[in-house]
Design a protein around this ligand. Sequence first.
Ligand SMILES: [Zn+2]
Ligand SMILES: [Zn+2]
Length: 994
Amino acid sequence: MPHDLPKAYDPTAIEDHWAGYWVRENLFAVPTPDPATNSVQNQGPVCESDGQSPDAKSPFVILLPPPNVTGRLHMGHMLNQTEMDILTRWRRMSGRLALWVPGTDHAGIATQMMVERQLTEEGTSRQKLGREAFVERVWAWKRHYGGAILEQMKRLGVSVDWSREYFTMDERLSLAVREAFVRLYAQGLIYRGAYIVNWCPRCQTAISDLEVVHQEQKGHLWEIKYPVLGDGGKETGEFITVATTRPETMLGDTAVAIHPEDERYLHLHGKRLLLPLMDREIPIVVDPWVSREFGTGAVKVTPAHDPNDFDLGERHHLPSINVMDDRAQINENGGPYQGLDRYVARKKILADLEAQGLLGAIKDYTNNVGHCDRCKTVVEPRLSTQWFIAVNKKPNAGGESMAEKAIAAVKPDAGGNKAIRFTPENYEKIYLEWMTNIHDWCISRQLWWGHRIPAWHCGVCHKITVPQPGATDDPTACAHCGSDKITQETDVLDTWFSSGLLPVSVFGWPNFTSRTPGAPGPSHLGTGEGIEDRADFDAFYPTSLLVTGFDILFFWVARMIMLGCWFAGDVPMPDGSPRSLAESVPFKEVYIHALVRDANREKMSKTKGNVIDPIEIVKQYGTDAVRFTLASMASPGTDIAFNVARTEGYRAFANKIWNAARFIFMNVNRAQEAGVRVESSWFTTPPQLSNTSPIEELWIMSRLNRTAHDVNLALEKYRFDDAANFIYQFFWGEFCDWYLEIVKLRLNFGETDDNSTAVNALATLLYVFDSSLRMLSPIMPFITEEIWHSLRDGSPPAKSIALTRYPVGDRNNVDNEVLLEMGQLKNLIEELRSIRKDLSVPDSEAVPGYVLDVNIGRASHNPVENLWGPITSAGRLISRNAQIVERLARVRPIQLVGSQERFGTLSDLFWRQGMFDLAIAYEKKIDATAERERLTRDIAKYEKGLAAAERQLGNEGFLAKAPAHVVEGLKRQEAETRLLLEKARAALAALLPE
Ligand SMILES: [Zn+2]
Ligand SMILES: [Zn+2]
């Protein structure tokens, strides 16, 4: 039945094959459920092995955090996607309809920069090309290079629904972006205003706070003296000294601020100053925000170029004078410095101030300078006109603000219930704190690549026209004066505005039409008609889970919660009833995963050169081993120190499974040669157990049940590490190392006339192996798929192991007594093996073994005195399983003896006391003299080491100073030496006297 597996496990060959197969067969595609029955029709792929339809009523839905279309896979993606894939595959195999939606983000700034760089190389620029041609060029770039990261994902075997792949600039999603904007505008929640933004002079756009990277930079703090004016505007000869790290901004100063209670300046309240170089009069204002301790206690106020100054300017109704243009060159408001770059202007201003005797002290100063995350240019805080969402404002029609809703979605209600649950839990607090202090969201970007803002400026009355909600046509005339001289806003929307809408927009909101690309449907909402068009939304919203990194908690997670609650909240439930908050949230759970660091726990960075490329590691060890490595270390809140040595170990694990499969296939072949029909039901039907079943059968079934139960529980709690380690321990440590070794004894096809023992053994073996493969499959999908198909050669019950059932594990079927007995048996075998090793008995040589059982020969048998108490008798256990002990410990025969003395005269008996008192008889003549000499030497060495350790551990001074781990290590070493010493002494005593 199974076809042969190649001798050597070669991940590259099998992984490429299956990755292609899963995509080609569209295995993980989930069609829209039938709204009438809420079931998935012709849902071939999911869990077809038992003929049961997946449960469409509680689907498992997950969105891929869309990577940038410019992106390349890094270790963070690999971890993120491994975790999502494990969970999705596990839920799918557990009988739920599992939908994982992939896509890419158009990534405004990143993509525009990429193409601009190309243009520079070609000696042209986006300005020379013009907007339309440039955007066309970006699309061409996207078509050519854009899918790279998704191709990498395919190679990793992620079980996503490729038929639902989206791009945030798709027509369907763009319609949702436009509708969201016009609705918010109609609700009075979008406005245009002057605001201090982080301006990147290179990218020439506003960027969000989150896109600014702060870096410590050595600079200077320059003191500048501002002359105080007296009556009639005459200089009094007194100065106020201010300090600044950006002297060029003084051109835009409109006040100097002091603390109201600063005694140094009390006499200057209400006075005016002369702004040097610009000869402009500016007031002195008092504001408690000013720190008396910092610098001179007087600060220059430049509302157009500093966020704090902007707030201060608002409070004191100061004018804002913007002195720089888009490229951070001084503009017409900068007087004689117009046209100079900001840093050139800085030098000239300092020189001019010095010439006028107005430059004070210059101090070295390290400050945190904001840089553009994309191009690393120093960001210039700058006043500009931008579009905002008023996140704290109630909509025109009343009700909660966007932030209030987003808080309610996460905060526990009176009953302690949460609509969205964070894991690890501490992110709930971080989120709530951020959302409570949130400012208006600047959503405009001065880019060409992105969703252009659907607002039109009138050339006549200068008012703004935004289409009505639901209107799909662009306006042709000004809504205020009727003029046709209107032009569309040139800004585009922040990328996060569109990605924040994904949970609603990927399922058809607001157009609720079929998924056919390029077929916009009716733009009604919530009328109840056309309900069949909302089938995706009704079936899949809210999604179940979001798995993402901390870095985009505010960028993306918070925005999805804000926009999701806002827009989904307006969509009635399928039965027409209003939607509750719990049904409005974009996802019910958020799992924030940790960082992948290098083996020394250092953060990976290009500068340090310690970045691990997942594709390279995958090439070397196979995807399965890399996935298993990540899983084995992934648990909530713990960073992963990625160590290639571990991956090597898991590659060996895969190899072990491969070899186990080959051994099993060999036995299946032998069975068939002996005329046995291998039934396909054996793979999925658990064996009938009774108390006469062989111990290894009872034991492995108990362990399988227990492991499967524990693994399911671990995955529920995002304990990927526990799940992986349970499976590893079971598969390698128990199934391969013990069960296979024992069951070999019964797999004697063709050796006797009656094959029934062998048939039973094989049936159980196949059931346990198949279950183990299914249990491992979500973590190692490739090797399990390959072996499973080979195992079922010719008649697989499903197209993939991923579409079969996940082992549940029945805790009631765990026989603790058997677990204990098997533990004793393993112990006995290990002790016997250890004596053999100590005596260097050749592997090929079987020697007699003895186990002391004090009950033997006793008149009355008191179970309480028995070594194993009332649970079991070690003697009975051993005699019942003598064959196993003999085979695995290479002793023959194994015998129970009543007392040790009886054998004391045997010259070649070596007793060992441990959990058991046991001995082997080893006939080989040993050179007693040489052995005695060796042992004596060893004993002397151990005694010396022990004395030294004891001395050190008795030294109070040493103990007080030594680090804890050193003391621990020493104690451990002492204990180990003591054990070795005892062993050597016992061995010496066991040797015959001279
Ligand atoms: Zn930039
Ligand atoms: Zn007009």
